[in-house]
Design a protein around this ligand. Structure first.
Ligand SMILES: [Ca+2]
Length: 359
C-alpha cells in the first residue's frame, strides 16, 4: 500500500491552491511538538464527525483558533508510541524499526523478557533534516526536550539549542515558567527576530516538555480546573492545567509570528510525540476514546493531534488521508516543490517518489 505522507498531502494542498496563493521559495518552518498528548487532548475536534475527538474538559483556546486557520489531519500518526523513537524519526525521516530504536532512551531494565537491542543515542553518521536545512542556508534552532543523546542538537545540525536535554530537565521549572514553556517561547522569539532581521529563513523545533510533570503547572491554571466539573473524557485537573499552560505558550509564539509579519512565509506544524496514558493503557483522569495509550501500538498510543498552517494551505480544512510524522516537517521545510531533497534513504523520500509515481 502506498503510504500517504504529510509531504504528499502538503504538496497536494499547495498544488490545488498554488494558482491563488504565493508560495515562498524558502519558507520558515516551525514544528511544535507536545509530549504525551491524547488525540482528543485539545478543545477542538480532530475529526469533524466525531465529538469525542475533542476534550470535554481541557481548554486550548489558542490551538482551537490555530486549527481554524489550518488544515487538520484527522488520521495523523506519530512514528512510535514513546518519546525517543518518534524524535529520531522526526530528525532522520526513517522509521524506528529501520533505525533499530524502538524504546525510550535509556532502555528500561528488569523486563521479564530478553529485550532486543535498541539504540541509546543518535549516531554521528545520521543525516538529519536540520543538517540538510543548514546546508541550504537555513538558521536552525531546537528548544526543549531532545532525548536523543549523541551530544545534543548542536552536534546534529542545529545552530542553537538547550543542549542534550531529557525528561529530567523539566522538573526544576515551576510557576511562573511551568516545565520551561514560557522560557522556551522567549528564546524562540529571540531566534525568530534575529533571523527575520537578517533576512534568513529558519527552522525552529519546539519540543515541549509538557504535558510531562503536570504538577508543575501554573497555580492559577490548576485552581481553575479544580473548580471545574469533570468531563466524561478527561477529569485530571493537573493535566488540564499543564495543557492550558502549553496552549498559552503556543499562543505567545503565534503572536510573535504575527508581530514579525511571518504568517505568509511560515509553516507551523503542531503534533504530539505520542498519545497520552501509560503502559499502553489509559492514564490517570482519562477515559480513552481510542484503544490503548502511550507505550502501545493501539490507536491511543500513536494517533495524535496533527495540524498544519502555512502558505497554500486552505484555512479550516481537513485531510483524512493517513499521514505519519516521520515524513512530516523537515521535507516540507525545504518547501513544497523545492528541489532541496530529503535524504534519499528516508521514508519520506521513498514515499514521496511513490506518491509522485516515480517508483
Ligand atoms: Ca512522549
Amino acid at each position: 500500500m502506498i503510504l500517504r505522507t504529510l509531504v504528499s498531502s502538503l504538496t497536494l494542498a499547495v498544488t490545488l491552491h498554488a494558482a491563488e496563493t504565493s508560495i515562498p521559495q524558502r519558507p520558515n518552518i516551525i514544528l511544535l511538538l507536545s509530549d504525551d498528548q491524547d488525540w482528543n487532548g485539545l478543545s477542538v475536534p480532530m475529526h469533524p464527525d466525531m465529538p469525542g475527538s475533542a476534550s470535554d474538559y481541557y481548554e486550548t483556546p489558542r490551538l482551537a483558533k490555530f486549527a481554524t486557520e489550518s488544515m487538520r489531519f484527522s488520521n495523523g500518526y506519530s512514528p512510535a508510541p514513546v518519546c525517543s523513537p518518534t524524535r529520531i524519526s522526526l530528525q532522520t525521516g526513517m522509521t524506528p524499526a529501520r533505525l533499530g530504536w524502538t524504546k525510550a532512551a535509556p532502555p528500561e531494565a528488569n523486563h521479564k523478557l530478553i529485550e532486543g537491542d535498541s539504540r541509546k543515542a543518535i549516531r554521528e553518521d545520521e543525516t538529519t533534516f536540520a543538517e540538510l536545512l543548514h546546508r541550504a542556508g537555513y538558521a536552525t534552532a531546537h528548544f526543549g526536550k531532545w532525548h536523543l543523546s549523541g551530544g545534543g542538537p548542536e552536534r546534529h545540525g542545529f545552530d542553537v539549542s538547550d543542549g542534550d536535554t531529557g525528561n529530567r530537565d523539566a522538573d526544576s521549572h515551576t510557576d511562573p515558567n511551568p516545565v520551561d514553556i514560557f522560557g522556551m517561547t522567549d528564546r524562540a522569539k529571540v531566534f525568530m527576530e534575529k533571523n527575520t532581521q537578517a533576512g534568513k529563513p529558519f527552522y525552529l523545533q519546539m519540543s515541549y516538555h509538557a504535558l510531562h510533570v503536570p504538577q508543575n503547572a501554573m497555580k492559577s491554571s490548576l485552581a481553575h480546573f479544580q473548580a471545574k466539573p469533570a468531563g466524561q473524557l478527561h477529569r485530571d485537573p493537573a493535566r488540564a492545567a499543564i495543557t492550558l499552560d502549553l496552549d498559552t505558550g503556543v499562543g505567545r509564539l503565534l503572536d510573535a509570528i504575527t508581530a514579525l509579519r511571518l504568517e505568509k512565509t511560515t509553516y507551523v506544524i503542531y503534533m504530539a510525540d505520542n498519545g497520552g496514558g501509560g503502559g499502553g493503557k489509559g492514564g490517570k483522569g482519562r477515559t480513552i476514546s481510542l484503544r490503548g495509550g502511550k507505550g502501545g501500538l493501539g490507536e491511543g498510543g500513536i494517533r495524535v493531534p496533527f495540524i498544519v498552517r502555512g502558505p497554500g494551505i486552505t484555512p479550516n480544512s481537513w485531510c483524512h488521508q493517513t499521514v505519519s510524522a516521520m515524513t512530516g516537517s523537515p521535507p516540507s521545510a525545504a518547501g513544497p516543490g523545492s528541489r532541496n531533497p530529503c535524504p534519499p534513504t528516508s521514508t519520506g523520500a521513498i514515499s514521496h517518489r511513490c506518491c509522485s509515481g516515480k517508483t
